[in-house]
Design a protein around this ligand. Structure first.
Ligand SMILES: *Cc1c(COP(=O)(O)O)cnc(C)c1O
Length: 342
């Protein structure tokens, strides 16, 4: 197969450095990695292989199908959405365990003979998890629990809810068979050592996301690049792209790139995004098309058909420009990219 005209440059050393940074920030807690949604769009297998080599031992996916993708990598995987009736099949992967998150799931797991599991407790987010009250009432008795965990709703903000959730989880220490507790995602790690418990579960910060000042050392991992399909001159007063939303104020040089909203470069970048060739800044002109994008190449006279340009994708800044979250920016990156690790 020929190479794709668009590629993601993925920086192994930045990924591993980010995990080491988060591991150090986690204090005595072990530091795991959330690799759901195909490793936030980077490729779960490639992420797991690199982090496992660096010493990461605990990986989190959402579904059993995602767990099955990691079969031969020799790592422990927790499935955050627990077990549905459909998941209780004989060939369920032995290296994966459920994060039981409803009372019905707890009963289903115990009735099937149990085995090691994790349990999610809801401490105020009202998303997934059993209630602390259910723990007090003995719902978890007889289960062999590895990690008892909860999830922070507002860890990227400094609000009293964070400490309330931390205290609600801490109150369950010693109340179950759990070997350890776990609360913090990427932002939660930044809240301080008393949020670490026995295990942290960063996702977005591994991949370059920065949500708090404490994440200043986190490095960019992902850079989308696209090839130029055509270079053209646009005369003064002529327009570019669908609905003619950009009109050239003077004659200008324009390049059409092989990337569009079907690749996750969404229409919110229309007239706002930025590409780069070396030091030259190449502003996005007009509407983003499905598979194509126009940029101003006035600053790069020698760029032509077949040359590659990088899209500006520093996560905090790009989120501010686009109105998308840092999570959406990564998980939306499509299947047409060649994922190229350095
Ligand atoms: C996705 C997820 C994480 C990782 O969150 P980030 O904000 O990406 O660090 C941790 N824990 C749970 C339960 C999650 O669903």
């Amino acid at each position: 197969m020929t190479a794709s005209p668009l590629r993601l440059r993925l920086d192994s050393s930045a990924l591993v450095a980010n995990w080491r940074t988060l591991d150090a920030m986690s204090g005595p807690a072990a530091c795991g990695a959330a690799v759901k949604a195909n490793g936030y769009g980077l490729g779960a297998r490639e992420v797991v292989a690199r982090l496992a080599a660096a010493g990461c031992r605990d990986f989190f996916v959402s579904t059993w199908a995602e767990a099955a993708q990691l079969a031969d990598l020799g790592v422990a995987v927790s499935v955050l959405h627990g077990v549905r009736a459909e998941d209780m099949v004989a060939d369920r992967p032995a290296y994966a365990r459920p994060v039981l998150c409803t009372a019905a799931q707890v009963r289903r797991w115990r009735d099937a003979g149990g085995g090691g599991c994790d349990v999610m407790v809801d401490t105020g987010m009202n998303r997934l998890g059993i209630a602390p009250r259910d723990v007090a009432d003995g719902l978890l008795e007889g289960l062999r629990i590895e990690t008892l965990m909860s999830h922070l709703a507002c860890a990227d903000e400094d609000v009293p809810r964070n400490a309330r959730q931390r205290d609600a989880l801490a109150a369950l220490e010693g109340r179950t068979s759990a070997r350890r507790l776990s609360l913090a995602n990427s932002a939660g790690i930044g809240l301080g050592p008393d949020y670490g418990f026995g295990l942290t579960r960063p996702g977005i910060a591994l991949y370059g996301g920065r949500q708090r000042p404490e994440h200043a050392a986190i490095r960019q991992v992902v850079t989308p690049e696209a090839q130029i399909l055509q270079r053209r001159r646009v005369g003064a007063g002529e327009s570019v792209g669908y609905n003619a939303t950009f009109t050239a104020p003077a004659a200008m040089e324009v390049a059409i790139l092989n990337i569009g909203y079907a690749d996750g470069y969404l229409r919110c970048f229309s007239g706002k995004g930025m590409a780069r060739a070396g030091d030259a800044a190449l502003p996005v002109l007009g509407r983003v098309s499905m598979d194509l994008l126009a940029v101003d190449v006035g600053a790069a006279p020698s760029l032509g058909e077949g040359d590659w340009v990088a899209l500006d994708y520093r996560l905090p800044k790009t989120a501010a420009v686009s109105g998308l979250s840092q999570y959406e920016l990564l998980t939306g990156l499509g299947a047409r990219f060649d994922r190229v690790w350095s």
